[in-house]
Design a binder for this molecule. Structure first.
Ligand code: MN
Length: 430
């Protein structure tokens, strides 16, 4: 029996207020879509089967290089974090798995599994951390980890990643995302080639420890924490890594890790074409790696990314199953509300992309009709799919309006009373 974090009668009462309107809006949209030859039931079904993983670190308040302002009732550790993740899934029915970060979430795997089962959650990709020093570690990562000039430091970083695989194995995870902060702050500080050779050699050692049914993700990032160069700076380098390591290695695309104005959807298309798209870290960005909420700044770009994913799905690309994860930092909102909103925005982009008339689009592309081709995308993007998203939630036992229901439940006040503010916390400036 799943332990419910939000009382079922609260969801029922909140849904009751909105049920009649939703039924009517859903019928109207269904009628509109049927005129376009689209079956709303099929779209709703697909949306309800689309899931995105919540990062354990995302439920704590984030921070910037300026400061961190803790929120009320912040999770004190991994078990509180899992409680918060369960709330998000209970209301959205879109986030059944949690992505853990080691060592932040390190504890007995048996307890993790027991707690997750109690809450009806599972575990997604494991995330390693060799970008900061753990309290008792022997060698510092100040000057890098997997690409460090010192062999003992590299070995320690490899060992940590292997430990993440072992923990993941014990809790049912099937992927490792390798996080690094390696790079340089000054021209001349590092030899690009020798540094990358060391990185590849360390990654190959981790790859050797990867179970056959696992995937390994590397993530490119143009700058930060290193500001002159990073070892995995762009998708080209990321592709080279995945290609060099082998068939279980894939590229992760974090939407915030590109130069401004980069055509991210095109990178996604290229990685799909060459079978190296591993998945996403969803978030949004105005200037850099802002880690803002998915769809909050450039919802059209999110739609265009999903347009590529749906296109691949429609073409039946072999072995295509990207991992969907959220990677955000919440500084001024209740993290639970931001993650609820983001999960919905990601599903919205997916639903809109499902509405693209692909046969018509291909015809306009082949006929060089630029205006009608772009209008075909816009037509899908302009569709208000909220009734589809709400209906998918309602059918799965979630909330028609998850944020309003969350507020009505008083969850945050309740946990604020149970969880005294802790100074350190692991809210994570990531
Ligand atoms: Mn990321």
């Amino acid at each position: 029996m799943t332990e419910l974090k939000i009382a079922a009668d609260v969801i029922a009462a909140e849904n009751e207020k909105r049920s009649k309107a939703l039924t009517s809006d859903y019928a109207a949209l269904g009628e509109n879509l049927s005129r376009r030859g689209v079956d709303i039931g099929a779209i709703t079904q697909k949306v309800s089967e689309f899931f995105v993983a919540v990062p354990s670190w995302g439920v704590g308040t984030g921070g910037t290089r300026f400061a961190r302002f803790p929120g009320e009732g912040e999770p004190r550790g991994i078990f509180d974090k899992l409680d918060d993740c369960a709330v998000i899934h209970q209301l959205t029915r879109a986030t059944p798995t949690v992505s853990l970060h080691i060592p932040w979430d390190k504890t007995d795997p048996k307890d993790l599994v027991a707690k997750a089962q109690e809450l009806g959650l599972g575990f997604d990709a494991m995330n390693s951390n060799t970008f900061s020093d753990a309290p008792d570690q022997k060698h510092s990562y100040k000057y890098g980890s997997l690409s460090h000039t010192d062999a003992a430091t590299r070995a320690q970083a490899v060992e940590h990643n292997i430990e993440c695989i072992e923990i993941g194995n014990a809790i049912g995870s099937k992927a490792l995302t390798v996080w690094i902060g390696d790079g340089s702050n000054f021209p001349g500080q590092s030899n690009f080639t020798r540094q990358f050779e060391r990185y590849l050699s360390s990654m190959a050692d981790i790859y050797k420890a990867l179970p056959d049914d696992w995937r390994m993700f590397s993530e490119h990032k143009m700058y930060e924490p290193a500001f002159y160069s990073t070892v995995v700076q762009d998708w080209g380098t990321n592709y080279l890594i995945a290609q060099t390591l082998g068939e279980k290695a894939f590229c992760l695309v974090d939407l915030g890790h590109h130069a401004p104005n980069t055509n991210i959807e095109m990178i996604v298309a290229r990685l799909i074409q060459f079978k190296k798209l591993g998945g996403f870290h969803f978030n949004d960005s105005k200037y850099g790696d802002d880690d803002l909420d998915a769809g909050s700044i450039e919802p059209y770009r999110l739609f265009l990314v999903f347009n590529e994913l749906v296109d691949a799905e429609a073409r039946g690309v072999k072995g295509f199953h990207p991992a969907h994860m959220i990677d955000q930092s919440h500084n001024v909102t209740d993290p639970i509300e931001s993650l609820i909103s983001s999960a919905n925005e990601i599903r919205r982009a997916y639903a809109q992309a499902l509405l693209v008339d692909r046969a018509a689009l291909a015809g306009f592309q082949d006929g060089n009709d630029a205006m009608m081709a772009t209008d075909t995308l816009k037509r899908a993007y302009r569709s208000d799919v909220e009734p589809i998203l709400a209906e998918a939630r309602r059918r799965a036992g979630g909330a028609i309006d998850p944020i309003a229901t969350y507020r009505a439940s008083g969850y945050r006040k309740r946990v604020a009373a149970e969880r005294p503010a802790c100074v350190g916390g692991s809210g994570g400036i990531v």
